[in-house]
Design a protein. Structure first.
Length: 166
């Protein structure tokens, strides 16, 4: 499965630098993000970027859409199995775990999709918003993952609530 994931990423992402290389660049080569974002480099080109924009959006939707669909189907199968054989307490525990996993997935995908949509369709959007969403999509998932999973534990949940109440 790991090899399939690596091969899929290579097949989908590898054409992007070659598509960017065919452009002529005459504007300032200053990126607003601290990392090389495809949409931003694409907008620096003086040539027609329609094909590149469509391919970039297609890859984003294909990878995230396919991943989301597979995650959803796996949770449907897990919940179907758990709800058919488990007791009421075990069902609640399984649902609690599934909700945490789904929250973590949403925390990862939502900023990433928002950034992609704003870069492609938000012509009048603030550059500050684009930079802020870029950093949120990089930093939010790894920072929030421990919090999402620790809220499940009653002991940790009580301590977190105690910190915010003081």
């Amino acid at each position: 499965m790991g090899l399939v994931a690596v091969l899929r990423a290579m097949v989908i992402i590898l054409p992007l630098p070659f598509l960017l290389k065919q452009f002529r660049y005459s504007r300032a080569n200053v990126l607003s993000h601290s990392y090389c974002l495809h949409q931003e480099v694409m907008k620096m080109g003086c040539s027609d970027i329609t094909v590149n924009s469509i391919y970039g959006l297609f890859t984003k939707l294909l990878t995230m859409g396919l991943d989301s669909l597979l995650i959803f189907l796996s949770y449907v199968m897990i919940l179907k199995t758990v709800l058919s054989i488990a007791s009421h307490a075990e069902c609640l525990r399984a649902l609690n775990t599934c909700v945490s996993h789904l929250c973590a997935v949403l925390l990862f995908y939502t900023p990433e999709i928002s950034l992609s949509v704003i870069h492609r369709f938000g012509k009048g959007s603030s550059p500050l918003l684009q930079v802020l969403l870029g950093y949120i999509s990089l930093l939010l998932p790894p920072l929030m993952n421990p919090i999402v999973y620790s809220v499940k534990s009653k002991h940790l949940r009580v301590r977190i609530i105690r910190v915010f109440i003081k």
